[in-house]
Design a protein around this ligand. Structure first.
Ligand SMILES: [Zn+2]
Length: 255
């Protein structure tokens, strides 16, 4: 073998090893991501430097395995960041979490209906996670996504809401009982508390979004929006629920 062939073989071997050993595929963050996140994502703004770096790495990881498609709308850098932030916020407490049940996100230009997902007729859906033939798919309305990160959005955030449905779905059912996240001994207190809180909403004695009274899954999603958007207020007004939600979201070392 001539030295040149040996050299070529060594180069091929090195290139192979570098590619082969490449860790989890990650997506790139758009230019100017730091300022965009500071400006639009309060959760990120409130993290210390180490936390911000961890958040950025999780954004990259998530953007590495999802595909975002604009349907009759352009997907901007800010859209990508807000979608990824919506996914990372609920799982920030979990070092290893991956949304195995998500592949594609469709971004729509407006709220949509459930017949043909157009903005005609009863177009009041802001976001949804797919089932059946739409498995591993999420649909979000672009204005609702942005509104969730407005400082004036109060206790709502459509992106977080839909990603929380995916967390809930991890055990197979979207039922308001995130079995993958909640240790067994908390199941009964959790279900009792949800029943109490739903009944308070129905009697008009709660500041949790009335949509949460629809069923346990919607309750979990709207309560999580509130938990992440206004944690102090949530803790003050719903202390017991806050403690259990903190068990779910902030002590994520079980995955
Ligand atoms: Zn929902």
């Amino acid at each position: 073998m001539t030295p040149i062939i040996v050299l070529l073989l060594i180069i091929v071997f090195i290139v192979f090893m570098v590619l082969y050993k490449r860790p989890v595929k990650t997506g790139a963050l758009p230019n100017g991501y730091h300022d965009l996140l500071l400006q639009h994502v309060a959760f990120y703004r409130n993290l210390d430097e180490a936390g911000k770096l961890r958040f950025e790495n999780k954004l990259k990881e998530l953007l590495g395995y999802i595909r975002i498609h604009g349907v009759k709308t352009e997907v901007t850098d800010l859209d990508r960041l807000l979608i990824a932030a919506s996914g990372v916020i609920p799982i920030f407490g979990f070092p290893e979490w991956k949304y195995y049940n998500l592949r594609d996100i469709l971004l729509y230009p407006a709220a949509f209906n459930e017949i043909d997902f157009s903005n005609k007729g009863d177009a009041d859906i802001l976001g949804m996670v797919g089932n059946g033939t739409m498995q591993r798919m999420m649909i979000l309305s672009k204005p609702a996504l942005h509104q969730g990160f407005d400082s004036a959005s109060g206790k709502t955030n459509t992106g977080i809401h839909e990603f929380v449905h995916l967390l809930d779905k991890e055990d197979g059912d979207v039922d308001g009982l995130p079995e993958a996240l909640l240790e067994k001994q908390y199941t009964v207190p959790w279900l009792n508390l949800i029943a109490e809180e739903i009944s308070a909403i129905k009697q008009g004695n709660s500041d949790i979004n009335v949509y949460g009274a629809k069923n346990k899954a919607e309750f979990f999603a709207v309560a999580a929006e509130y938990f992440f958007e206004q944690p102090e207020l949530f803790k003050k007004n719903h202390a017991a629920l806050y403690d259990l939600m903190a068990q779910v979201f902030l002590t994520g070392n079980r995955i």
